[in-house]
Write a protein that binds this ligand. Structure first.
Ligand code: TXE
Length: 487
């Protein structure tokens, strides 16, 4: 076990209160870290450091910011194995997944925004009457911004916020989830070694209601970028509304996969299995409702359930593991309760539904859960309506495409959806009617960092990715210059 400290003004420090939160490895139950339990006083110190650092970083040329952020990306690459192991220990996810997905994507986030700022352009407008004038749009960093991230893809989502904030010239106070704090700390070491000046990136650890809330309340903080649950997002949005500061909120999802009558199952099946259970189903983009055209229902369900039964749950360090542990036993209880509600409402467990047997002794006490497929759960069941955020999917039949669209849109969420068909005009017709910030056709989680990313309805407000993120972290001034020519 070792301590995880705040990173304030370029130094690692314990909380002023001296308090710590203990965290255990969810796969083994072993004690893992003692995490600094930050509060408003720690956030205030971070805010002072960030405000001072902004006087220089806010005026540092884009080429220099880019050079430092690229060095951070290279630093992440250089420590890939260590970061993947720490991510695996904190989350319970398979080590191979952390190595292939989480950590490379964290480096890619820095690389993308470090180079995007070198190619940025702004708009200009010519006014003709009553006086000739040229308008141009100036974008400036906001100052100090807050970034709050969750536990499912810790370094991946932490850097998805921090990289555009820093690239745009802001100074950051960030808080990773108290459940998965460790890779954020290593990132601070990497940033310091890469030459990021003290105070530009500050990390305050701790509980959401304490450290997280203090960041949202901090008077110097000019914007909040948050990814997490809808309940927390709503609370943060209300506070940001009071303070009149912008909030970008990426919240939960209850995403539908729509399998049309002409779907190519050789492509669709493995991808829908992946979309349902990657990262133990703990990704906001995971499919949790699979809607299948009635003509393919029997074939799809049989093949899908066979494929899910063949998945391996167990030791995250084992190369053959498909699903590791859930993030905590408390979270597993929540997921099991959702399965039980689905069954109480009339659903049938086609596979999974319980704690796997025969786990290796090292992980016998871990928070594991079998990948679970439920059939026949009514659409109004809370198991179908509410985000489960675990390895659980429900399968439903539909007759007409418009029914599939109505079912897909029939929850309060609107993050993502996928459509599986060989007919691209049908795909377009369906996609255009879906309440979803992202629609994938014949693919899933194919991410291009340039595209706008976010949700509609209760899945959030605002967009991340590409120019959207750079704009979120910028103030805009229009400069209007009268040229003196009267036309
Ligand atoms: O998330 P929280 P939780 C969903 C998923 C999950 C549920 C709850 O359904 O079961 O949310 O998970 C910080 N002010 N998602 O409770 O609380 C907190 O410390 C400021 C979807 O773990 O939203 C952490 O750093 N910050 C999701 C972050 O918010 C606060 C990813 C997220 O925690 C705060 C994770 C407050 N008042 C969970 N309260 C996705 N969209 O990908 C908490 N936090």
């Amino acid at each position: 076990m070792y301590d995880v400290d705040h990173f304030i003004n370029g130094s690692f420090e314990a909380s002023l209160s001296g308090e710590r939160i203990s965290r255990e490895n969810p796969a083994t139950g072993a004690s893992l870290r003692a995490v600094a339990r930050g509060n408003a006083a720690d956030v205030a110190r971070a805010a002072d450091a960030a405000q001072r650092a902004f006087a220089v970083w806010g005026r540092t040329p884009a080429a220099e910011r880019s050079r430092i952020l690229l060095a951070i990306a290279a630093g992440i690459d250089a420590r890939l194995d260590e970061l993947a192991r720490l991510e695996c220990e904190d989350t319970g996810k398979p080590l191979a997944l952390a190595r292939a997905l989480d950590i490379p994507r964290a480096a890619a986030n820095f690389r993308y925004f470090a180079t995007a700022i070198l190619h940025d352009a702004s708009e200009s407008f010519v006014t003709e009457r009553p006086v000739h004038a040229i308008n141009y749009v100036l974008r400036k960093p906001l100052g100090v911004v807050g970034c709050i991230s969750p536990w499912n893809l810790p370094l991946y989502l932490f850097t998805w916020k921090i990289a555009p904030a820093l690239a745009s010239g802001n100074c950051v106070i960030a808080k990773p989830s108290e459940l998965t704090p460790t890779t954020a700390t290593v990132l601070c070491e990497i940033a310091r070694a890469a030459g990021l000046p003290p105070g530009v990136l500050n990390v305050v650890h701790g509980l959401g209601a304490e450290a997280g809330q203090a960041i949202v309340d901090c008077p110097q903080v000019r914007a909040i970028s948050f990814t997490g649950g809808t309940v927390t997002g709503r609370r943060i949005a209300a506070r940001c509304g009071e303070r009149l500061i912008p909030a970008s909120l990426e919240l939960g999802g209850k995403n539908a996969a729509i399998v049309c009558e002409d779907a190519d199952l050789s492509v669709a099946l493995p991808e829908i299995v992946r979309s349902s259970f990657l990262n133990q189903g703990e990704i906001c983009l995971c499919s949790s409702r699979i809607l299948v055209h009635r003509s393919r229902m029997k074939e799809f369900t049989e093949r899908f359930v066979d494929a899910v039964r063949a998945m391996k749950v167990g030791d995250p360090l084992a190369a053959e593991t498909d699903l590791g542990a859930l993030v905590s036993k408390a979270h597993r209880e929540k997921v099991i309760a959702a399965i039980e509600r689905g069954v109480a409402d009339g659903g049938v467990v086609a596979c999974g539904g319980g704690v796997p047997r025969g786990l290796a002794p090292r992980v016998a006490q871990g928070a594991f859960l079998e990948p679970t497929v439920l059939l026949g759960v009514p659409a109004e069941s809370s198991c179908v309506q509410e985000e489960t955020f675990g390895p659980v999917v429900t399968v439903h039949g539909f007759d007409r495409h418009r029914d599939a669209v109505a079912m897909a849109n029939g929850t309060r969420y609107g993050l993502a959806a996928s459509v599986w068909t060989r007919d691209l005009s049908r795909a377009h017709r369906i996609a255009a009617k879906l309440d979803a910030g992202t629609v994938w056709v014949n693919c899933w989680m194919l991410r291009d960092l340039r595209v706008p990313f976010g949700g509609v309805k209760d899945s959030g407000i605002g967009r991340e990715g590409g120019h959207e993120a750079l704009r979120f972290f910028s103030d805009v001034s229009n400069v209007c210059i009268a040229t003196g020519e009267v036309l």
